[in-house]
Structure formats: C-alpha cells, structure tokens
Design a protein around this ligand. Structure first.
Ligand code: AP5
Length: 236
C-alpha cells in the first residue's frame, strides 16, 4: 500500500498539524520511523518510493517511466514526483498533517514543497535527518525483507520475523526489494550523496533540521525523534 489512508473515528489527544520530513540515505530507517510516527498521530505516511512502486505494479504511465530509472537506482525526475505529491497532500486526510518518507530528495523538490505547504496554510515542517554510517547501511540493505501484503518492514539481523519468511501481522510472504540487490546499492548511495545530501545544508540554513543518530536501536531512534518534535513545537 503506497500511503496509509487515515479515516479515524477519533483524533488523538495531541495533533501533529504539520509536515514531518524524513531525510537520510537508503535504508537509514526512514520508513520504519515514519510509519510509527504517522500511526501515533493518525496521519498519512507518504512514501514516494511506495507510491512509485505502486504505479509500477499497476502498470500506469507514470509507473512505466519510473520503472527503469528505479531499477538503475537513480532518482525519478522531479516533474513526475512533484505532481504525484501535490495530488496526494491535497486529499482531505492530510488536513491534520502527514509524514514524508523519501521526499523531498532534491533542492528543487524541497523548494516546491515549501511553497505548497505555505499555499495550504501548514506550519513550517520538521525535518528529521537520520545520520548513519555506510557499513550499517549495507547490513540494513542486505537484511531487509518486506511483507508482500501489508508492507511491514523486517530485518534478518536486527528485526527478524517470528516465523522465517512470514509476516508476524498477517502471515504474508516476506520478499527482498529488487533495488536492495548489491549491484544497485552503489548507484543509490551515489544518487543520495549527489542530489539529496545537499538538503542537509538547505534545511539547516532554514533552521528546520534535527539531527538524529540512526545507528542506535529502533526504539532509541524513536525517542530521539520524539524529543526533536517537542523542540520543534517549542520553537514554531
Ligand atoms: P525509497 O523507497 O524511498 O528508498 P530509499 O530512500 O532508498 O529508502 P529505503 O526505503 O530503501 O530505506 P528506509 O530509509 O526507508 O529504511 P527502512 O526503514 O526500510 O525509494 C526507492 C526509489 O524510488 C529511489 O531509488 C528512486 O528511484 C525513487 N524515488 C523515491 N522517492 C523519490 C523522490 N522523492 N524523487 C525521485 N525519485 C524518488 O529500514 C531499512 C532496514 O533497516 C530494514 O530492514 C529495517 O528493519 C532496518 N532498520 C531500520 N532502522 C533500524 C535501526 N535503528 N536499527 C537496526 N535496524 C534498523
């Protein structure tokens, strides 16, 4: 499922009411943390990677253009991604905020998003930068397995399922993502360094970036994110 549709009967006691952006290299743990945060505040988790993979799976024209690019580990052109994102955040379930996972990924995407958020009356976003060493990234990439049914994320080394090859939640088959193959890892890391890493300086200049040590356990990373959110709330 590309994004989590949220139709809650009751809102949580504390509202998010802003965009949260997860920034970090491939397999830093963006999806793992973004899903948890979105569930806590009952807002949509918006993964541009998942949205693109869903377009590929459904054989849409966008999916047909994105597929070979994603298979090479390169970034899909801004024009395609921006339209997809705009359409998604204009849906009513985003009115209480939302959590981006893998967007923005270029300075042009970040500038466009800044304008879009202003137009829709959102506060300044909170940007969580997940810092992690390359050696750990390789371990996370090779160990990652995803549930085919519900997209739950596992790791053979650090977060194994109870039954090998099956999702704990729904028994779905666990599979490796095609771009987690070793030969695609280097181009993905290269695209990150060249096109996405400049966003760290971009958001630092805007005073929106919160650095998080993503080499810690999933729970410890979550606690750092909670702290960053409290700090951001106190500031703006
Ligand atoms: P996308 O799907 O966004 O891939 P990515 O950025 O490479 O990130 P991943 O989803 O691989 O990793 P993650 O950081 O979410 O890590 P996860 O939580 O799964 O993009 C795929 C492609 O789509 C791109 O290459 C590009 O072609 C295209 N695309 C997408 N967005 C685009 C955009 N905006 N513009 C242009 N093109 C775009 O965790 C990884 C593993 O580590 C898991 O096994 C997990 O269990 C484990 N783990 C997580 N946290 C921890 C921890 N703290 N300790 C131990 N293990 C952990």
């Amino acid at each position: 499922m590309a994004t989590s549709p949220v139709v809650p009967e009751k809102r949580p006691s504390e509202e998010l009411n802003r965009a949260v952006i997860f920034l970090g290299p491939p397999d830093a743990g963006k999806g793992t943390q973004a899903k948890q945060l979105a569930a806590k505040f009952m807002v949509p988790h918006l993964s541009t990677g998942d949205m693109l993979r869903e377009n590929v799976a459904n054989g849409t024209p966008l999916g047909a253009r994105a597929k070979p690019i994603m298979e090479r580990g390169e970034l899909v052109p801004d024009s395609l991604v921006l339209r997809m994102v705009r359409e998604r955040i204009e849906r009513p379930d985003c009115s209480h905020g939302f959590v981006f996972d893998g967007f923005p990924r270029t300075v042009a995407q970040a500038q466009y998003l800044g304008e879009l958020l202003k137009q829709h009356g959102f506060r300044r976003p909170l940007v969580i930068h997940l810092r992690v060493d390359t050696s750990l990234i390789l371990r996370r990439i090779t160990g990652r397995r995803m549930c085919k049914v519900g997209d739950e994320i596992y790791n053979l080394y650090d977060r194994p399922p109870k039954v090998a090859g099956r999702c704990d939640n729904d028994g779905g088959e666990l599979v490796q993502r095609p771009d987690d193959r070793e030969e695609i890892v280097a181009p993905r890391l290269h695209a990150y360094e060249k096109q996405t890493a400049p966003l760290v300086a971009y958001y630092t200049r805007l005073g929106l970036l919160h650095d998080v040590d993503a080499s810690k356990s999933i729970e410890e990373v979550r606690q750092q994110i909670d702290k960053a959110l409290l700090q951001a709330r106190a500031k703006h």
